[in-house]
Design a protein around this ligand. Structure first.
Ligand SMILES: CC(C)(COP(=O)(O)OP(=O)(O)OC[C@H]1O[C@@H](n2cnc3c(N)ncnc32)[C@H](O)[C@@H]1OP(=O)(O)O)[C@@H](O)C(=O)NCCC(=O)NCCS
Length: 192
């Protein structure tokens, strides 16, 4: 049976950033997919289709997907596949107007915490070689470069950097990422 999006008239557009906006992290549901794909189309050269997201959401035993919501509207998303003690982060995206406000940090914290709770001992992801901003965020989460996938992003003719974070099942890792989250929460609260 084909996976279908819930009926909805219009795709909600992320609201403009405003001081004091509360960001909520929630599990991604089918009703969020349209908005997730709309953001994805603006930030990735080869965006995932709605069908791909729906197929991921249909495998909850090995997948975990989250959205960041402001006023109930999706402003960011992430997800991972957790198999045999390894969590593979498949996607992270934040609407351009909402980037650099700690939402990527909140999303990575949620997905890493979920992967740990489900027994992951290591996390991995691929990132474009030139995406140094994302790489520094991943390094803060303990990811280190482990290899290169030649022309992994063929549509932009770019290599993929493979990064791994090990020993994520330790209390030290939990403290590390909790500190990142606390820092972002304090910074954003101070921004007012
Ligand atoms: C990458 C992305 C998800 C980050 O989301 P975000 O909400 O902007 O993330 P944050 O605000 O938590 O952090 C991002 C910034 O802080 C840096 N950062 C955050 N915490 C950090 C820390 N503790 N130490 C070092 N750097 C840190 C990041 O490198 C980045 O730096 P910049 O703002 O100076 O460029 C977002 O920019 C995005 O969607 N980009 C387009 C899509 C993309 O590249 N996705 C990743 C594909 S693998």
């Amino acid at each position: 049976m084909a996976l279908r999006l819930p009926h909805r008239r219009a795709t909600p557009v992320p609201p403009p950033p405003r001081p004091g906006a509360a960001v909520e992290i929630a599990r991604m549901r089918r009703r969020h997919v349209r908005a997730v794909v709309a953001i994805e189309q603006g930030i990735f050269p080869r965006p995932w289709t709605p069908g791909l997201y729906l197929s991921e959401l249909a495998q909850p035993e090995t997948r975990a997907y989250f959205v960041a919501l402001v006023d109930g509207v999706v402003v960011g998303y992430t997800g991972c596949m957790i198999i045999a003690g390894e969590g593979h982060i498949t996607t992270v995206g934040v609407a351009p107007a909402w980037q650099h406000r700690g939402i990527g940090t909140r999303l990575l914290h949620a997905v890493a915490t979920e992967a740990r709770a489900r027994g992951a001992r290591a996390l991995t992801l691929e990132v474009r070689m030139s995406n140094v901003s994302a790489q520094s965020l991943y390094r803060a989460f303990g990811f280190a470069p482990a290899g290169v996938r030649k022309n992994y992003y063929a549509e932009v003719n770019e290599d993929g950097l493979v990064m791994w974070a090990h020993d994520v099942d330790t209390p030290a890792y939990a403290s590390r990422i909790d500190a990142l989250l606390a820092h972002v929460e304090e910074r954003e609260a101070a921004r007012g």
